[in-house]
Design a binder for this molecule. Structure first.
Ligand code: NAD
Ligand code: GLY
Length: 381
C-alpha cells in the first residue's frame, strides 16, 4: 500500500491521551513527516495550517513537511523563527501572533509546531491566545520534545522573573513524533533529552530504568528501534499522567523530578547553551536522590545506580563540574524559593524511596537540604 504522496506508510505506534472531548493521539514512528499531511487531514477542521519552526529545523525538515501537506491538499504557509531559548519571549510571541493575523488565519486554521520544546511552547502559546484559541499540532523534532514537552499541553514563554512563568494549558489535537528526525540532533541535545527519558524510569517505572540500563548505549548510538521503543514508553507514561492530572494538582508534579534543583542551576547558568535544560535535570535528579538518601528514605545503592547510568551515557552528575567560585548554597537555595512550584513559600520537592518510587513533599529538613547542596557544589566525579 502507498500513501497519498506515493510513499509507503511507516510502521507507527499510536497512543491515546484520554482527556474526554480534548482527547488526542500521539503517533510515534520513523519517517512520519512524509505522511504528516495525511494524518493531519484526519483531525484538522479545515485544510489550512500555519507551520511554525526555527531557523535550524527549517532547512532540515520544512520541505518534507510542506510536500506532505501539499500532497494531502492542505493549504499552508510557514513562519521561521530564530533557534534557541531566546525565542520564548514576549517580543517573539507578539511577532508570531502578528504574522498569524497578517495571514488572516481563522478559527479553523491549525498551527503546526515543527521543532523542539522552544517552538512547541511558543507556537502552542500563540495558538492558545490568537483569536481566543486555535488548534495546534505538535511535530516534535528533539528527543526532549518527543518524550516530554509536545505532550500534555503546557505552553509558555520566559520573562525577567524566570522560565515558563507566562503560559497556558492548551492540549494539541495531534502529536506526530518522527524519530527519524533524531538522526540530525547534535549529540549533546540528544543526551539532554535522554535525561528526561530516564526520568520516567526513575519516578514510576523501575523496569523501564532497567531496560534503559541495558539499551541506553544503543539508544545513544542512534539505534532507531530502541529509540522508537523508548519514545513510545516515555509517551505512554506521560499520557497516563496527563490523563489523570491535566492541571498538575497531584501526580503530574512527579514529572518535575530533579527540576527544583535543576532550575536553580539553570538560573545560575542563564538558561542557554552553558547548561541545557535536560543536563540540569540530570544533575537535579542526582541531587533529589541524594537528599532522599540523606533523609533516610532511599537506599544509597539507588543513588549510585542513578549516577552510574547517567554518567555512563555522558551526562554530568556533579554540580562541581559546572560551578563557578561565586556559586554558594545560599544562592542556589534562593533560586529554589522562587521556583514556580513554591506553595505557601515552601518549594515542593519530588523525592524518592528508590528507583521508580518518587513522591512529592514540602517537608524537607533545611539543614539536610543545605548539606546536600554543599556536597553537590564540591562534587567533581
Ligand atoms: P530547542 O527547542 O531549543 O531545541 C534544541 C536545539 O536543537 C535548537 O537549536 C533547535 O533548532 C535544534 N533542533 C531541533 N530539532 C532538531 C533536529 N531534529 N536536528 C537538528 N537540530 C534540531 O530545545 P528543546 O530541548 O527541544 O526544548 C527545550 C524547551 O522545552 C525549554 O524551553 C523548556 O522550558 C521546554 N520544555 C517544555 C515542556 C512542556 O511540558 N511544555 C517540558 C520540558 C521542557
Ligand atoms: N514537563 C512536565 C510536565 O509536562 O508536566
Amino acid at each position: 500500500m502507498t500513501s497519498a504522496n506515493g510513499t509507503a506508510p511507516s510502521v507507527a505506534s499510536t497512543l491515546g491521551v484520554e482527556l474526554g472531548s480534548r482527547a488526542y493521539s500521539i503517533v510515534v514512528g520513523d519517517g512520519l513527516l512524509k505522511e504528516a499531511g495525511r494524518r493531519m487531514a484526519e483531525v484538522i477542521s479545515r485544510r489550512r495550517v500555519v507551520i511554525v519552526t526555527d531557523a535550524t529545523v527549517a532547512p532540515l525538515y520544512l520541505e518534507t513537511l510542506e510536500a506532505s501537506l501539499a500532497a494531502a491538499d492542505i493549504e499552508h504557509f510557514s513562519v521561521v523563527l530564530p533557534a534557541g531559548e531566546a525565542s520564548k519571549s514576549f517580543d517573539h510571541l507578539r511577532d508570531l501572533t502578528d504574522r498569524l493575523l497578517d495571514e488572516r488565519i481563522e478559527r479553523t486554521t491549525a498551527v503546526v509546531a515543527l521543532g523542539g520544546g522552544v517552538i512547541g511552547d511558543l507556537a502552542g502559546f500563540a495558538a492558545s491566545i490568537v483569536l481566543r484559541g486555535v488548534d495546534v499540532v505538535q511535530v516534535p523534532t528533539t528527543l526532549l520534545a518527543q518524550v516530554d514537552s509536545s505532550v500534555g499541553g503546557k505552553t509558555g514563554i520566559n520573562t525577567r522573573h524566570g522560565k515558563n512563568l507566562i503560559g497556558t494549558f492548551h492540549q494539541p489535537i495531534l502529536v506526530l513524533a518522527d524519530v527519524g528526525t533524531l538522526a540530525t540532533l547534535p549529540p549533546r541535545q540528544l543526551l539532554a533529552g535522554y535525561a528526561e527519558t530516564v526520568k520516567y524510569g526513575l519516578i514510576e517505572d523501575a523496569p523501564f530504568f532497567e531496560w534503559l540500563e541495558q539499551h541506553g548505549d544503543a539508544f545513544c548510538r542512534g539505534d532507531k528501534a530502541i529509540q522508537t521503543e523508548a519514545v513510545v514508553r516515555a509517551c505512554t507514561a506521560k499520557a497516563a499522567v496527563v490523563a489523570e492530572d491535566e492541571r498538575e494538582s497531584g501526580r503530574r508534579a512527579l514529572l518535575n523530578f530533579g527540576h527544583t534543583f535543576g532550575h536553580a542551576l539553570e538560573a545560575e547558568c542563564g538558561y542557554g547553551e552553558r547548561l541545557l535544560h535536560g543536563e540540569a535535570v540530570a544533575l537535579g535528579m542526582v541531587m533529589a536522590t541524594a537528599l532522599s538518601v540523606r533523609m533516610g528514605l532511599c537506599p544509597a545503592a539507588d543513588l549510585e545506580r542513578t549516577r552510574r547510568h547517567l554518567k555512563a551515557r555522558g551526562l554530568r552528575v556533579g554540580v562541581g563540574e559546572i560551578a563557578e567560585p561565586s556559586w554558594t548554597a545560599e544562592r542556589l537555595l534562593s533560586h529554589m524559593m522562587s521556583d514556580k512550584k513554591v506553595r505557601d513559600r515552601l518549594p515542593t520537592f519530588v523525592l524518592t524511596q528508590g528507583i521508580g518510587k518518587a513522591f512529592t513533599t514540602q517537608e524537607v529538613d533545611p539543614g539536610l537540604l543545605r548539606d546536600v547542596v554543599d556536597v553537590a557544589l564540591s562534587d567533581r566525579p
